[in-house]
Design a protein around this ligand. Structure first.
Ligand SMILES: Nc1ncnc2c1ncn2[C@@H]1O[C@H](COP(=O)(O)OP(=O)(O)OP(=O)(O)O)[C@@H](O)[C@H]1O
Ligand SMILES: [Mg+2]
Length: 469
């Protein structure tokens, strides 16, 4: 059994002695005494030798070993230190009495870390380990420009991991990789998804968009298909490497305004904990602009290009191209460019295009293999309405639902319109009555429009996607 005695020692050899079993209590007390004395009288290196020798004399030879994980490895951050710190945050037990609390301005929650000197016991399979946070202050002398010397104290942080020597292999090959893996997952769980705009004014804000797959009204089968696709994508690092494909996935979202295309992007980002980079095409004037902006994007992110059909800009630019030395941008140029850049430095990238008019898109974008999934976001369905009613009003069923669902199948109404009606009152009856009224008005208007439309020939009518999701 490990004991959490609070010996003041900070050296690895000494901390090994803290993990005695109950039968070695006496030996520990003796060593404590010796340690106190040596602390006062003897330099540190000598202390370790004396204590090791004494440990051997009284029948205890150190069976423990300690790994020291410093915060910095030279000038670079030690990944294992960061990982250990994150991992230990989840292992804080009631026996830990001092915690460090902090909060970054952009974060919503406090962050608690183990304070220096605190120990944490953890077990993995049959191995028990003890972690300890170590913090030492050293004085560093520096000279200012006038040649005066001053000293400043520098804090060095590290964590020490102690365990029985016989578990060394297991700790190195299984436990520490487990710590790394867990810390990555923890980082993801706590990650604040960011929205970056890539355009004239480059900026970053927290994506406070509450949209998730749960709150999104869309065809349940399509929703599940998309979630499975995303899951498969993030799990397939090795697969993409093996077949030599760039690890990226493209989605084209199309449908009328207010059907949830932007909400779906937010839901995807919240689901994967990927940042969003919103590329404003109108602000890109050359390949070099594009290159500069794309280089600012990071891995594990979603690059979004909204309203791609409105980039008639592309065509205009091609037609009236004042020659910029072949530097002008076209859609297929943009796509090839993104592919090229990502194949050299991109991992886990998602690209999403949105449009209200799929039929107006450049064929380069619709070519098979270009976008992996075409997702139709369309008018609200009865099942979509139920999701919205549950979100906005907290009701799963109501006597008015039958009427509403019937009306929804008769008129084209977007989830955005329904959401707006449902938000008008917190009183469920009033909100639903309002919605019924709204749908009736829409139905009458549609009837009138259809009557008048008889004179309009088929060719003249604008093609519109009427599919429902
Ligand atoms: N499918 C949906 N599920 C839940 N809420 C939705 C859905 N569609 C729209 N909404 C609501 O309507 C608002 C506007 O929707 P959103 O911006 O996602 O539509 P859009 O398809 O991107 O429209 P546009 O084509 O104009 O960009 C959202 O903030 C959300 O509140
Ligand atoms: Mg949108």
């Amino acid at each position: 059994m490990f004991s959490l005695s609070n010996m003041p020692s900070t050296t690895s050899v000494l901390s090994a002695y803290t993990t005695f079993s109950a039968s070695t209590m006496l030996a520990r007390t003796m060593l404590n005494e010796v340690q106190n004395l040596t602390n006062q009288l003897i330099p540190q290196q000598l202390q370790e030798k004396v204590l090791a020798k004494l440990g051997g004399l009284i029948g205890y030879s150190s069976s423990q070993m300690t790994l020291v994980i410093d915060e910095y490895n030279g000038l670079s951050l030690n990944q294992m230190f960061e990982a250990s710190e994150a991992y230990l945050r989840t292992k804080i037990s009631p026996s830990v009495v001092r915690l460090k609390l902090s909060k970054a301005p952009q974060e919503q929650n406090f962050s608690l870390t183990v304070n220096k000197g605190e120990k944490i016991v953890d077990s993995f399979d049959d191995v028990q380990v003890v972690w300890q946070m170590i913090c030492t202050e050293t004085q560093k002398t520096k000279a200012d420009c006038d040649g005066y010397f001053s000293s400043e104290s520098v804090e060095r942080r590290s964590v020490e991991l102690s365990f029985h020597k016989k578990h060394k292999e297991k700790v190195l090959s299984s436990y520490l990789p487990h710590v790394l893996e867990r810390s990555e997952a923890i980082k993801d769980e706590n990650k604040v998804v960011k929205l970056h705009s890539l355009g004239n004014c480059y900026g970053e804000v927290n994506l406070d968009h509450p949209s998730t797959f749960d709150t999104l009204a869309m065809d349940p089968t399509l929703k599940q298909e998309l979630m499975d696709d995303l899951d498969r994508f993030v799990k397939r690092r090795k697969f993409y490497k093996r077949v030599g494909k760039v690890w990226k996935r493209g989605y084209l979202l199309y449908g009328p305004p207010g059907t949830g295309k932007s909400s779906l992007i937010a839901a995807m980002a919240n689901y994967l904990k990927f940042d969003i980079f919103d590329l404003e095409l109108t602000s890109i004037h050359s390949n070099s602009d594009l290159r500069r902006l794309l280089l600012a994007t990071t891995n594990r992110s979603i690059l979004v290009i909204e309203d791609i059909d409105c980039s008639s800009d592309f065509q205009n630019r091609q037609a009236g191209a004042h020659n910029q030395g072949g530097n002008q941008l076209t859609l297929s140029g943009l796509l090839n460019f993104i592919d090229g850049l990502w194949s050299s430095c991109g991992d886990e990238r998602i690209i999403v295009f949105t449009t209200n008019h799929k039929d107006r898109l450049d064929p380069a974008l619709l070519r098979p293999g270009r976008m992996d999934m075409h997702i139709h976001m369309s008018y609200c369905t009865p099942s979509g309405f139920r999701i919205l009613a549950s979100n906005y009003l907290g009701v799963k069923d109501h006597s008015m639902f039958t009427d509403i669902e019937q009306l929804i199948t008769e008129v084209d109404v977007t989830p955005a319109e329904i959401a707006e009606e449902l938000m008008k009152s917190e009183d469920v009856d009033i909100a639903l009555k309002g919605l019924v009224k709204y749908l009736h008005v829409k139905k009458i208007e549609r009837g009138k429009a259809n009557g008048g439309e008889k004179e309009v020939s088929e060719q003249e009518r604008e093609p519109e996607s009427k599919g429902r999701s």
